[in-house]
Each structure stands twice: as C-alpha cells, then as structure tokens.
Write a protein that binds this ligand. Sequence first.
Ligand SMILES: C[S@@+](CC[C@H](N)C(=O)[O-])C[C@H]1O[C@@H](n2cnc3c(N)ncnc32)[C@H](O)[C@@H]1O
Length: 267
Amino acid sequence: MAEKEFTTAELVEAQAQVWNLMFGYLKSMCLKCSLELGIADVLKKHGKPMELSELTSALSIPPSKFEPFDRFMATLVHLELFGKKQDDLGATKYMLTPASHLLVKDEALNITPLIILNLDPFICDSSHVLAPWFKSPKESPFELYFGKGITDVLGEKPEFNKMLNEGMASDSRFVCNVVMTSCRDVFKGLKSVVDVGGGTGTMARSIAHAFPGIKCTVFDLPHVIDTVEDQQPGVEYVGGDMFASVPHANAVLLKPFHLERMGGKLL
Ligand SMILES: C[S@@+](CC[C@H](N)C(=O)[O-])C[C@H]1O[C@@H](n2cnc3c(N)ncnc32)[C@H](O)[C@@H]1O
C-alpha cells in the first residue's frame, strides 16, 4: 500500500510540533533558572506584585540584561510559573502562581530540593545515551553513562546521596500533607505499615505522628538507612534489599519508584 501523503498544512503543523519537542528542555532550564535566581522568594518577600524594575533591582540583574530578563519573565508567565497583571496606572506587575508558590524556599511545602535533584547533570546527563542503551546490555542508561549503577555511585558520593535524599524528602513532605489532609481513611484499621524504599523516613514519620497506633517501619538500602541522623522514636529503621525480603506489616507503601534507579529490576 502506498504511503499516505501528508498535506503541506499537516507538515507545517508537524514542524511546529517537532520544534516544540526539540526545545522542550528549555522549559526545564527556565524552571531551574528561576529557582537559582530566587524569583519566587523575592516575590514572596515583597508581599505584593512587583514591576520588572523592582524585580531586576531585587535580583541584582545588571542593566545590560534587562531586555533578555524581560523576555525571560514573559516566558515564565507563558509557562504559568508566574502571573502578571496591569495595575490601575497600566504598569505590568509580576506575581506568584500556585506553581511558583511551591518554589518559595521557606514555605513548608516547597519542592525545590526535588527540582534541584532532577535537573542536576548527575540525573539528566544519562538521558543523552538512551539510544545506545537500548542496544547495550547495561541495565540502565545511568549505568551505561557512568559505568556503574546509581546505587553504587550514591554509596561512593555522599553529596549525591544527600541531594537524592533531600529531593525525595521534599516530595514526601508534599505528598504527606496531601495524604494526611485528604486520604486519612486509607490508614483506618492498620496496625503496621512498612515504607519500602522509604528513604530518610519523612513519610513514615508523618504517618507515625498522625496515627500513633500504627507501627511504622522505614525500609531502605543500608547506605541510606545509615545516613539517617534524626531517627524518630516509634519509627523503626531497617536496612536491606527489597528484592531479598521486606519486613512484615499490614500494609506496604511504595513511593515513588524510578525504574531506572531500581536497575530496571521491576520492568
Ligand atoms: C525514588 S526514592 C523514593 C524515596 C521515598 N520513598 C520517597 O518518596 O521520598 C527510591 C528509594 O528506593 C531505595 N531503594 C532502591 N533500591 C532498593 C532496594 N533494592 N531495596 C530497598 N530500597 C531500595 C532507594 O535507596 C531510594 O531511597
């Protein structure tokens, strides 16, 4: 059967689609840049919408970068990371949106450590070798890129281990808040819970705090459990390999597991 011919209009639309994919990484980099500049923190501290000149002054952006910064803010507004409105005098003012609220560092529910983790070259770089990975015997792109699995690298490099644990803990704080306010019923009747791959135990600590009658266990690889400094009484910490055995409990919590980080073993 002859291959379907595409119309010029379809191909022009397709080109826009491919361009969108081609430059998709810039959305992530804009998020990273806004975090590093501390735009959300400055807006939060100011307490009300800010004009561009106020933002550039608070962020110490030099005049030579005013124009690109203006375009950068327009991009962030387009991405709905920040909002803008005109005041009564017609001046454009920038403000926080729910998304940028999550970037404010001194807010309890900020998820900045998770963003820092996932946009660090340590995590991103191996995505450049996806194609060779499909044709290689390596278990993960990470292993192909770094020559060893992420667990081995984390065991050797405490700074990455710390970044991973802080990133996951910030995600857990967020999820805990949502679960504890909206899904409390799932814990009804439980006497014990084991958080498998529970990291530093943020989730288990919250459950133990909210439901003192539930025995909570954090189960993770030994090198992770060994680094937990503030082990809370009432929460048990157990090091081990989930593929060997898991401590017994009424319920098992798995949150969230990246297959690549598990060496692809769950695939
Ligand atoms: C993506 S993190 C999630 C951490 C935590 N559940 C959270 O949401 O913040 C995955 C966790 O699984 C742990 N892990 C990986 N392989 C494991 C294994 N074989 N046995 C137990 N834990 C493992 C990692 O050390 C890491 O802490």
